[in-house]
Design a binder for this molecule. Structure first.
Ligand code: FES
Length: 102
């Protein structure tokens, strides 16, 4: 099962291949924004992929639509739409990063 390291929490979790980052985080009791319920409409589940971006599938059409509207750089992905592949990831959860800023 691939590992996903979350920088803000200094924590590494295992998420089954094919599950989304959001599903995997919630299964480990880690909560972050998902105002629209995981429907690619709010952007509150945004993560920045620091390592492993090249191993992920391209954005699906729902994610691509919101990413264009938000003018997101490629390394920013929606946690509710981004499925974990076989490879490990290192991510930053944008909402947690904002909370930790002085
Ligand atoms: S939960 Fe709303 S876009 Fe992901």
């Amino acid at each position: 099962m691939p590992s996903v390291k979350i920088i803000e929490l200094d924590r590494e979790i295992n998420i089954p291949e094919g599950d989304t980052i959001l599903q995997g985080a919630m299964a480990h009791g880690i909560t972050f924004g998902f105002v629209c319920g995981g429907n690619a409409a709010c952007g509150t589940c945004l993560v920045k992929v620091l390592e492993g971006l090249e191993t992920l599938r391209e954005r699906n059409s729902k994610e691509d639509f919101l990413a264009k509207a938000m003018m997101l750089d490629p390394e920013f992905r929606l946690g509710c739409q981004t499925e974990v592949s076989k490879a490990p990831l290192v991510i930053s959860i944008v909402s947690l990063a904002r909370e930790q800023r002085p």
